[in-house]
Design a protein around this ligand. Structure first.
Ligand code: ZN
Length: 272
């Protein structure tokens, strides 16, 4: 059976140190967590940047600085966000991919209401431009799916030839406005993607463990980290390292093996 890829998402755009002081903001902090998570079995780092006040940022220099520190210390696969700053223009969102040419980047495959305050905008012109740049830079899109209709967007882009198969999907369950973090939703999404696609899934908040366990049972890849979940257990704050350690332990307990970065590059067909 294919080995299991663990992605760590150390900070995201929204979690802050008031909620959990372990959320990393600065390049050194983020890189330190990523390297410690790689030592514990993470093979992909999904990176967001923060500005000097801890707010979401798509600053190319901060990405560059963080990635350099990480790559000086380990061979983890770099996956950068193309969201991460509310209201950013298409160009600001695409620029880090164009300039840094990461191995992977997120491709949020449709728009949705995010909770009851924001609209998460990923309109067609943005997705088409982003897909073209990812083709040029040979960056593998991590096709992020919050709701089932987003899969039909992805399949349409594959048909147009701007998403190259085999596709790689990341199912995000439990965001208000998207699909629920339950096993039925996961089962539905999994059978809706092409047979040759690879997939990973995670639940946010209290959906974290149920979706992690169900994903392992179904043979998918997994993602953990403070972007998605600030608690290790009820009233117990998480760290990125504690979440990766538990995930690695559960992978092994499930009788699976953990993919290292080189194996991850082969499984996902990344350039190497
Ligand atoms: Zn993210």
């Amino acid at each position: 059976m294919t080995k299991t890829i663990i992605t760590v998402a150390p900070n995201g755009q929204w979690p802050n140190k008031k909620e959990n002081p372990a959320v990393p903001y600065d390049p050194e902090e983020i890189a330190g967590d990523v390297v410690a998570c790689w030592e514990r079995g993470a093979a992909i780092a999904h990176l967001h940047m923060r500005d000097e006040h801890g707010n979401g940022s798509l600053n190319v220099d901060r990405f560059r600085q963080t990635i350099k520190i990480i790559q000086d210390r380990c061979d983890i696969v770099i996956n950068i966000t193309t969201a991460g700053l509310r209201g950013a223009s298409n160009e600001v969102r695409i620029q880090p991919v164009r300039e840094l040419q990461p191995e992977m980047a997120s491709f949020d495959c449709g728009s949705m209401n995010w909770g009851n305050k924001n609209v998460f905008l990923n309109p067609p012109d943005f997705l088409e431009s982003l897909a073209m740049v990812m083709l040029e830079t040979n960056t593998k899109p991590e096709i992020v799916i919050f709701d089932s209709g987003m899969i039909s967007n992805a399949l349409g882009y594959a048909q147009m030839g701007i998403l190259r198969e085999p596709l790689h999907f990341q199912f995000v369950l439990g965001v208000r406005g998207g699909m629920e973090a339950d096993v039925q939703s996961l089962m539905y999404l999994r059978q809706a993607i092409p047979a040759n696609a690879t997939w990973s899934a995670f639940g946010v908040g209290k959906g974290h463990l149920p979706i992690l366990l169900a994903t392992l049972a179904l043979g998918g890849h997994i993602r953990v980290g403070l972007e998605d979940n600030l608690l290790y257990a009820k009233n117990v704050p998480a760290t990125n390292m504690s979440l990766v350690e538990r995930a690695a332990r559960l992978v092994r307990e499930a009788g699976r093996e953990i993919a290292n970065p080189a194996e991850t590059r082969a499984i996902l067909g990344l350039r190497s």
